[in-house]
Design a binder for this molecule. Structure first.
Ligand code: MN
Length: 195
């Protein structure tokens, strides 16, 4: 039977300071994500979902309104794992060539990503995805995730308020700037692009 356990952060909780505080990461990873994992394990216990992988659970529950709670918790686990692995302390600043070619320049890519992330109303995520043969920037609402829509995630930013409010209050744009300029793990991005 499938029991999901907390995935470890790929760095210490104070490693992303000063852009993300240890308090934010401890709360975000240690409490919010832990709760999604607990909920999911309880919801799938003794159901056919218990035999599936996390990605299979997401795809299977995506089209079943009666399983919305399962979808929401499973997608939140996946999205957070992807978000946290998309950042690192003192990363390379080299933006993969494919992104530069697709968006015209690194600057254009960052501007479009920032525009999308600041325009997202309410809770959700901004993503760089591969959709067919195109790279696109999209927003998803609440727990929704590109893998439920047959798109391949390349990078994501969590713009739920719990992701930045302790450090930035209402200044989401500053959080987005720091994410793009100081936190993105471009090696992780390049690895996803090569898949
Ligand atoms: Mn979050």
């Amino acid at each position: 039977m499938f029991t999901l356990t907390q995935f470890p952060l790929p760095y210490a909780t104070d490693a992303l300071m000063p852009y993300i505080s240890a308090e934010t990461l401890e709360t975000h990873h240690g409490r919010h994500v832990a709760t999604y994992i607990d909920n999911l394990n309880k919801l799938i216990e003794n159901t056919p979902y218990a035999d599936l992988s996390l990605i299979e659970i997401i795809k299977e529950s995506a089209n079943r309104p009666e399983d919305k709670k399962i979808f929401n918790n499973a997608a939140q686990v996946y999205n957070h794992d992807f978000f946290f692995h998309g950042m690192c302390p003192k990363c390379t600043t080299e933006i993969p060539q494919e992104i530069i070619e697709s968006f015209g320049s690194a600057e254009n890519f960052k501007n479009q990503f920032k525009e999308s992330a600041t325009a997202l109303f309410g809770s959700g995520y901004t993503w760089l995805v591969r959709d067919g043969d195109k790279l696109k920037i999209i927003n998803t609402s609440n727990a929704d995730t590109p893998i439920a829509h047959n798109m391949q995630p390349i990078l994501t930013l969590d713009v739920w308020e719990h992701s930045y409010y302790l450090d930035y209050k209402n200044k989401r744009a500053d959080f987005v700037d720091n994410f793009l300029n100081n936190l993105v793990n471009w090696d992780f991005v390049a690895e996803n692009l090569s898949k």
